[in-house]
Design a protein around this ligand. Structure first.
Ligand code: B12
Ligand code: SF4
Ligand code: SF4
Length: 348
């Protein structure tokens, strides 16, 4: 039987196409559910799981340079498909080697967990426990490599693997940045938290709650209005969602697009996303209030004693500034080595 230790598993995941990979121990995940009232733990799924292999697939930055949200919506589906395939192949390989292994759903939620707003596992929290990043002001997981422009999935295995250590440094710049808050069209960004209902109006234009509201209106409508409603853009949106998922989730790219964490941002997005058209004085004031609250020790949900483990207990220590300096240095070195390429706007 082939020897599958943590290094081998990670190498295979990368060879199969994962952009980042980390390992979390099932025992740790069982001990630290994101919200203990609704424990999203491996043991609720399988009593035998020993380790969770966490795969990250980046969303190509090009889609965030477009005039509309549509390219991101489409590429999201492709990224998820690729990620599922990579995860499935790795799971198959481990099982062939003698270790029962399966992949969790990356997007589906469980009706029994908080009326379906929670997945069976929170893949963001898996990512943090596997040392791949920390949660940002808008509770996306920020990876140092690609910021929040990623999807994640978990592979549950009965193979005991050496787990990675979580990052203790906060990757998110925090309240002094607040760019995600400034860009959010639904005012959904809280202080290391998210107003899910507000976010869903943009992120899931034709999602479950839109469908529900449509049918509630439909039931009460008179026959002429019913006929009109049946031919409306809403029904077309539901059809497209069923057909290719577009519109039912992943619709709003704004908090992903403007986050300055990650070399993909420095290389491809700093110019296109520099200005935030949605920014208002009210949003700026809110960011400042969050900053003052934190400095004054006023607790917010996402920064509670339980939650700060996933935000980075040491706080922000300049990781993004350090990365930007290194990025610029590498850029200068490349320009010196190949002067003919120096006018490419700094892109890799
Ligand atoms: C449901 C869901 C949503 C829904 C929620 C729907 C609803 N009506 O409830 C909505 C529509 C909000 C949503 C939006 C988005 N989603 Co989504 N979503 C999920 C899903 C399927 C489950 C989420 C989950 O289980 N969360 C777990 C709970 C514990 O997290 P939570 O409720 O946020 O609670 C924490 C914090 O909010 C915080 N907190 C904040 N306030 C407070 C207050 C109190 C009192 C307490 C105690 C705690 C607290 O503490 C909690 C514990 O840490 C996951 C996939 C998965 N299985 O994980 C994807 C996922 C989180 N989504 C993802 C993405 C990409 C998005 C969008 C960017 C999509 C888009 N482009 O439009 C937006 C981003 C919004 C945002 N800033 O968070 C990615 C995340 C990638 C990343 N970099 O983080 C995931 C992981 C999918 C994946 N497989 O990769 N999503
Ligand atoms: S996905 Fe859009 S609506 Fe939701 S938090 Fe991010 S910017 Fe706001
Ligand atoms: S935009 Fe700024 S505040 Fe928001 S998650 Fe990214 S680094 Fe943090």
């Amino acid at each position: 039987m082939a020897k599958y230790d943590a290094a081998t598993v990670k190498r295979r995941a990368r060879e199969l196409g994962a952009d980042l990979v980390g390992i979390a121990s099932a025992a740790t995940l069982n001990a630290f559910p994101p919200d203990p009232r609704w424990p999203q733990t491996p043991e609720r799924i399988s009593p035998y799981c020993k380790s969770v292999i966490v795969l990250v697939q980046r969303i190509p930055a090009g889609a965030f340079r477009c005039k509309t949200n549509v390219p991101v919506q489409y590429i999201d589906m492709l990224v998820l498909r690729k990620m599922d395939k990579v995860a499935y192949r790795l799971a198959e390989e481990l099982e062939d080697a003698g270790f029962p292994t399966f992949v969790t759903a990356a997007q589906e939620t469980d009706w029994n967990y908080k009326r379906a707003s929670y997945g069976r596992l929170s893949t963001r929290h898996l990512g943090v426990e596997a040392g791949l990043g920390t949660l940002g002001l808008e509770v996306n997981i920020l990876t140092p490599e690609f910021g929040p422009r990623v999807y994640l999935t978990g592979i549950l295995t009965e193979l005991e693997l050496e787990p990675d250590k979580p990052l203790t440094e906060q990757v998110c710049i925090g309240e002094s940045c607040s760019r995600c808050l400034h860009a959010c069209p639904a005012d959904a960004v809280l202080h290391f938290g998210i107003d899910k209902r507000a976010c869903a109006t943009e992120a899931q234009e034709f999602g479950f709650s839109t469908i529900l509201q449509f049918f509630e209106r439909f039931i009460d409508a008179d026959p002429a209005a019913k006929a009109e409603m049946a031919r409306s853009r809403d029904v077309f949106g539901f059809w497209q969602g069923l057909l290719r998922v577009v519109g039912s989730f992943g619709d709003c790219p704004r908090c992903l697009a403007v986050c300055p964490v990650g070399n993909d941002y420095h290389a491809h997005l700093a110019d296109a996303q520099k200005l935030i058209p949605e920014k208002t004085p009210e949003k700026v004031a809110l960011g400042k209030r969050y900053r003052d609250n934190r400095a004054g020790g006023a607790a917010s949900g996402g920064l509670s004693e339980w939650n700060k483990r996933w935000v980075g207990p040491e706080g922000y220590k300049g990781m993004v500034a350090r990365q930007l300096q290194e990025f610029k240095k590498a850029q200068r070195e490349r320009a010196l080595a190949a002067p003919a390429n120096a006018e490419d706007g700094g892109r890799e």
